[in-house]
Design a protein around this ligand. Sequence first.
Ligand code: SF4
Ligand code: SF4
Length: 94
Amino acid sequence: MAVQARGKVTVDVEECKGCGLCVESCPPKCLELGSELNAYGAHPAHYTGQDCTGCGICFYCCPEPGAITVYRVKAKAKAVAPVAAQEGEHAAAL
Ligand code: SF4
Ligand code: SF4
């Protein structure tokens, strides 16, 4: 059964070195390396577009500052967790 994503990520393809650490560490396996090359000649990571939980593991394992941004979706009818952000805004702690 499909569940609503609780997060999403964006990758700055020109900051990504294509190391794949985020791909390997993502629990729901919703990241992948793309087929295109960036300016470094690397295959940058991409979000597949579904199943992100907003856990932030990819952010913490990425060696390139600024390559990954994690967004957490605000839960309906619940208080916002301290590190969560409004939908569409960057979570302050990540
Ligand atoms: S925040 Fe968590 S679930 Fe989302 S892409 Fe990163 S590791 Fe995967
Ligand atoms: S961990 Fe960072 S540098 Fe490595 S593939 Fe993922 S986004 Fe790119």
